[in-house]
Ligand binder design. Sequence first.
Ligand code: UP5
Ligand code: MG
Length: 204
Amino acid sequence: FDPSKVTVIYVLGGPGAGKGTQSARLVSDFGFCHLSAGDLLRAEQNREGSEYGSLIRTHIKEGTVVPMEVTIKLLQNAMKAALQDKAADPLWANGRGLFLIDGFPRKMDQALKFDEDVCPSSLVLFYATTEEVMLGRLLERGKTSGREDDNVESIKKRFRTYNEQTMPVINHYKALNQVAEIDSSGTVEEVHDQTYKTISKLLA
Ligand code: UP5
Ligand code: MG
């Protein structure tokens, strides 16, 4: 597809910061196509006949980053499918093919590769809060989510990967002045208000 016809926003922040929750709100506000890299990986893990199932399962449980070839392929396929499906959606087509890419890129090599080979992003929405807040949210969700990484052991590993590998990505885009940082410690509504203002300005 033609990168000049789409607008990509990366949604980053630690595990449990609220990326998925806020992305869902932006879908109803602005008609974004929301692609969560984690959700795509979990779907691929469960797809019958996938050659990557056990590789993905291990990385998710250990909180480490799946090799970028796998994730980028899944994202590209999902973007292509969305461009076909949503072509008739006026909100989306009149705009610029709005994609929220949630939870990606998590590592510097992925960021450079995606920007260069697929499509550069216009903005990084960065949800920032404390590990204490994130831990509380994930343990609460873990009671019902069935996610294999919503347990204290996996969460600690996810925090480590985030600090060591994903923070450098955020700092890279900060140096390029492409980061909108949002404090995600408040209620869903409070965080959404801030997000809404930021995105309205970008799309104005
Ligand atoms: N909640 C949300 N906002 C709240 C608020 N303001 N106040 C109170 N509660 C709030 O939210 C988490 C929980 O908190 C929910 O119960 C929610 O109701 C509540 P959510 O919106 O789901 O947060 P999110 O940031 O999306 O958390 P998530 O757990 O999805 O983040 P991760 O980044 O850890 O998970 P992801 O699915 O992106 O990745 C999982 C794994 O996949 C990674 O660890 C990695 O192994 C692998 N992966 C890759 O290898 N490569 C990739 O590119 C992507 C993922
Ligand atoms: Mg999520």
